[in-house]
Write a protein that binds this ligand. Structure first.
Ligand SMILES: *Cc1c(COP(=O)(O)O)cnc(C)c1O
Length: 393
C-alpha cells in the first residue's frame, strides 16, 4: 500500500444482522455529526445529565451511579470487576458461553478466586447449580453471570439468580450488553448490584460506549475497599467526580463528545418508542424470523422458553459450507449475519434482530436472501418455503 493512493474511507452500506454492531438508526448518525463542543461547556454538562436520566430508564433503575463508561462493553465489564473485586475475593462466575469466560479472566487478573458454575453452551445458567456453589463456598462475595449470552442466544433468569445471590449475601455483576433495549432488564426490581451494557447492540448506536449502573450496596463496597482499584481509568471513585451530579465536575478524561450525542439520541428514540414497546417489537420480529427459518428446515439450538428474541442461533443444513453462505450474503446482498463462536464455530449461524435492525423488512430480506443462496447451493432445505411461512405465521 502506498500512502499516495489513500483517499477518504467510504464504507459500503450494509444491513447488520449479526451479534453486533447492529444497524445504526439514521437519527443517531445525524446526531453524531453535530458540532463538537468542550466537555466542560455548560451545554454539554446539561446533556450528560439527560443521558443519566435516560440510562436510568433503559436500566429501569433509580441508581444514582448510572453512567456510560467511555469505552466499549468489554470496558464496562472490566469496570464492574475491578471496582467490586479485591485481591483474594472469591467470585462465583456462571459460564454458559463465551462471555462468562471473560468474566473469569477479569477475576483472575485482579487476583481474585473464580469459582466456576458451568452450563452447556446454548443452555441457561442453572439456578440449582448456583445455589449449590454458594452453599459450598460460604465465603463467596460476588456472583457474576451473563443475562443474554450473545454467543448462543440463551437468556438466563436474572431475577432468580440475583435472588439466590442475595440470600447468600453476595453482590451481583450482570452482563446485559445484548439485553438492554431488546428484552426486559429491571435492575431495581431484580436487585442487581452492578450491571453493564453496550451501545452497539439493541440501542442501535455506534460501538464504543458502555452504560453501567451500580446499586447503593455496590457503592458501599467500593467505598470500603482496602486496596485501591488497579485501573486508574476505570476507578469509579474518580469517574464519579466527573459524572457526579452535584459537585463541580473535576476533569478526569475528555468524554467522547460526539459518541455521547449518539447515545443521547439512541436513548431518546428508546424513550419515544416506550421500552415495553421495544421489547414487544423484538419479540414479534423474532417470531416472524423463527417461522421462516423453521419452515426452511433450520432449527434453533436454544429451547423455546430460553430464547433471546434479538439473537437467533440456528443450525446449518448438512453439507453446507457456512462461511461461503455468509460471504455470499455479504457480497451479493450487503447483509451481515454472525458465525458461531468457540465450541459452536462452524455449527451455527447467529442472526441478530437488534434495535433499529429488528424490523419486518430485515426479517423478509434475510429469509429471502438465505433461501436464494441455499437453493442455488442445492442445500437440503425446503426451498421457497420461508417467506410464505412468515405470511401465515
Ligand atoms: C458484545 C458483548 C460484549 C462486549 O462488548 P464490546 O462492546 O464488544 O466490548 C460483552 N458481553 C456480551 C454478552 C456481548 O454480547
Amino acid at each position: 500500500m502506498r500512502i499516495e493512493d489513500i483517499s477518504s474511507f467510504v464504507p459500503p452500506v450494509r444491513t447488520l444482522m449479526g451479534p453486533g454492531p447492529s444497524d445504526v438508526h439514521p437519527r443517531i448518525s445525524l446526531a453524531l455529526a453535530r458540532p463538537t463542543i468542550g466537555h466542560l461547556d455548560p451545554a454539554f454538562v446539561g446533556m450528560m445529565d439527560e443521558i443519566k436520566v435516560m440510562l436510568q430508564y433503559a436500566f429501569q433503575t433509580k441508581n444514582e451511579l448510572t453512567i456510560p463508561v467511555s469505552a466499549p462493553g468489554s470496558a464496562g465489564m472490566e469496570a464492574c470487576f475491578v471496582n467490586l473485586v479485591e485481591p483474594g475475593d472469591k467470585v462465583i462466575v456462571c459460564q454458559n458461553g463465551v462471555f462468562g469466560g471473560r468474566m473469569k479472566e477479569n477475576v483472575e487478573r485482579i487476583g481474585g478466586i473464580a469459582v466456576m458454575v458451568e452450563d452447556m453452551w446454548g443452555h441457561v445458567v442453572d439456578p440449582n447449580k448456583l445455589e449449590e456453589a454458594l452453599k459450598a463456598n460460604p465465603d463467596a462475595k460476588i456472583v457474576a453471570f451473563v443475562h443474554a449470552e450473545t454467543s448462543t442466544g440463551a437468556q438466563s433468569d436474572a431475577k432468580t439468580l440475583c435472588e439466590i445471590a442475595r440470600q447468600h449475601d453476595c453482590l451481583t455483576i450482570v452482563d446485559a450488553v445484548t439485553s438492554v433495549g431488546g428484552t426486559p432488564v429491571k435492575v431495581d426490581e431484580w436487585g442487581i448490584d452492578a450491571i453493564y451494557s453496550g451501545t452497539q447492540k439493541c440501542l442501535s448506536c455506534t460501538p464504543g460506549l458502555s452504560p453501567v449502573s451500580f446499586s447503593e450496596r455496590a457503592i458501599e463496597k467500593i467505598k470500603s475497599r482496602k486496596t485501591s482499584v488497579q485501573s486508574w481509568f476505570l476507578d469509579l471513585n474518580l469517574v464519579m467526580g466527573y459524572w457526579g451530579g452535584n459537585a463541580k465536575r473535576a476533569y478526569h478524561h475528555t468524554a467522547p463528545i460526539n459518541p455521547l450525542y449518539g447515545l443521547h439520541e439512541a436513548l431518546l428514540i428508546l424513550k419515544e418508542e416506550g421500552i415495553e414497546n421495544a421489547w414487544a417489537r423484538h419479540q414479534r420480529n423474532h417470531l416472524a424470523l423463527r417461522a421462516g427459518l423453521e419452515a426452511m428446515g433450520l432449527s434453533f439450538i436454544v429451547l423455546e422458553e430460553h430464547r433471546l428474541p434479538q439473537l437467533n442461533a440456528v443450525t446449518i443444513p448438512d453439507g453446507v459450507d457456512e462461511a461461503e453462505v455468509r460471504s455470499r450474503l455479504l457480497q451479493d446482498y450487503d447483509l451481515e449475519i454472525g458465525a458461531g463462536l468457540g465450541s459452536l464455530a462452524g455449527k451455527v449461524w447467529r442472526i441478530g434482530l437488534m434495535g433499529y435492525a429488528s424490523n419486518m423488512k430485515n426479517v423478509m430480506y434475510c429469509l429471502g436472501a438465505l433461501d436464494a443462496i441455499l437453493t442455488d447451493m442445492n442445500a437440503a432445505i425446503n426451498q421457497g418455503a420461508a417467506l410464505d411461512a412468515v405470511k401465515t405465521a
